[in-house]
Design a protein around this ligand. Structure first.
Ligand SMILES: *Cc1c(COP(=O)(O)O)cnc(C)c1O
Length: 400
């Protein structure tokens, strides 16, 4: 194998040479060439080599949460991230449990929907499109309802890009003696989540977000004591975390066909993550990406949905310009022609679009994204991309 520069060196960015556009989306995202190349062979699912890969990813993922006492284990689960969320909720919440769902976007609402499908009782704090659930609200809700056993929080709500105050939420949950489950799908691997600082029962993430692997599986990191008491809880055979864990512990295998190529790609992605400096370095690269993106877009006249305090380094929501010549479909196509796939917005109140900061990209790429956006405005004849006054009112309501 020829040696390549480390992934965080911009010269290692391979996508343009392959003629692919950059995916400025929150997963699937642009992966390193070496990650793609590691899928060029086949593995037998029962073979020792593959079992060793499964063992390796489980222990490497655990090493990211600072679990010095060895209290947690990692259970991978086939499917997209939502499958792993459903597996976590269905396997770890007892049938007589009750969940406080903290929602401020599509993923929080999806967790509530899953609980509805599973027939688990829940109560919802819905903060709308972009306001963060705060610690005091959690404390109050838990004090008001002694039946609540679990809280589910979304670490980074990818639909707006808001970084939720997970420490505050964890502190409130722990103080009330309840259990915290975290959807850290789009944050894990880039934002620190130490079990020494944040008390949680389980977190869930997937292969194709900040670790920069390809889609195919998710994983749940769970307290072993919780796993041990979860036998027979799941309503589902295939989404049973306890059963998957037992079989992996005793045979080293996944229960059903594993996504072998995605696992191989993930082994490589984890190695690149570690070589580049781990969670801190990954978070810094994404933060730098965001800073260049936001500064450049604001200079062009675009406005972000969120004030700086709540902007995650994962994905940023911008308001659509109110200018009569702006139209998202044209903007999207012009950005794509320039080599960048962006993302439509997911807000219910105002029109917006999103640009992701995660994946194999650095500030040089983000600078070119800004230039492409400026060029697209020129082509469309939009001399001022300012949003509607209604959009600015929405933002000013974010008084925190
Ligand atoms: C990506 C994501 C998910 C999972 O989505 P899938 O499309 O099922 O992979 C869940 N929660 C959050 C916050 C996410 O960003």
């Amino acid at each position: 194998m020829t040696s390549r520069p480390p992934e965080d060196d911009c010269s290692a960015l391979e996508s343009p040479r392959l003629g692919e556009p950059y995916l400025l989306t929150p997963g699937p995202l642009t992966t390193a060439y070496e990650v793609k190349r590691s899928m060029l062979r086949d593995w037998g699912s029962w073979d020792d080599d593959f079992r060793a890969m499964t063992r390796h990813i489980r222990s490497e993922l655990l090493s990211l949460i600072d679990d010095v006492e060895g209290l947690y284990d990692c259970v991978p689960m086939q499917g997209s991230g939502t499958f792993a969320v459903e597996a976590m909720l269905g396997s770890l919440i007892p049938h007589d449990g009750k969940v406080l769902v903290l929602a401020n976007g599509a993923y929080g609402l999806r967790a509530a929907r899953i609980l509805g499908c599973l027939g688990r009782e829940y109560t919802l704090i819905d903060k709308g499109d972009y306001l963060p659930p705060r610690g005091e609200e959690v404390s109050q809700a838990l004090a008001d309802d002694s039946a609540i056993t679990h809280v589910i929080a979304i670490h980074c709500e990818t639909s707006s890009g808001i970084l939720n105050p997970i420490e505050e939420i964890a502190t409130a949950t722990q103080a009330a003696g309840r259990k915290l489950l975290i959807d850290s799908m789009s944050a894990f691997g880039a934002l620190e989540l130490s079990c020494q600082r944040i008390c949680f029962d389980a977190l869930v993430s997937s292969a194709n977000k900040c670790i920069e692997g390809v889609p195919g599986f998710g994983f749940v990191i769970v307290r072993k004591a919780v796993l041990e008491s979860s036998q027979g809880v799941s309503h589902s055979l295939s989404l049973d975390i306890f059963d998957q864990w037992q079989v992996m512990e005793t045979t080293g295998q996944w229960r059903f066909t594993p996504p072998t190529h995605a696992v191989a790609a993930f082994v490589k992605a984890l190695q690149l993550h570690k070589d580049a400096g781990g969670v801190q370095a990954r978070g810094k690269r994404y933060t730098d990406n965001r800073d260049v993106l936001v500064a450049g877009m604001r200079k062009l006249g675009f406005e972000t949905l969120l004030k700086d305090r709540w902007l995650s380094p994962i994905i940023v929501t911008f308001f659509n310009p109110v200018h009569e010549k702006f139209n998202f479909a044209d903007f999207y196509q012009l950005m794509k022609d320039a080599g960048f796939i962006i993302y439509p917005g997911k807000l219910t109140v105002v029109d917006s679009f999103r640009i992701g900061c995660i994946g194999q990209m650095d500030t040089h790429v983000m600078q070119r994204v800004v230039e492409a956006a400026g060029q697209a405005l020129l082509t469309m004849g939009v001399d001022n991309p300012a949003p509607s006054s209604r959009a600015m009112d929405v933002r000013d309501a974010l008084a925190v």
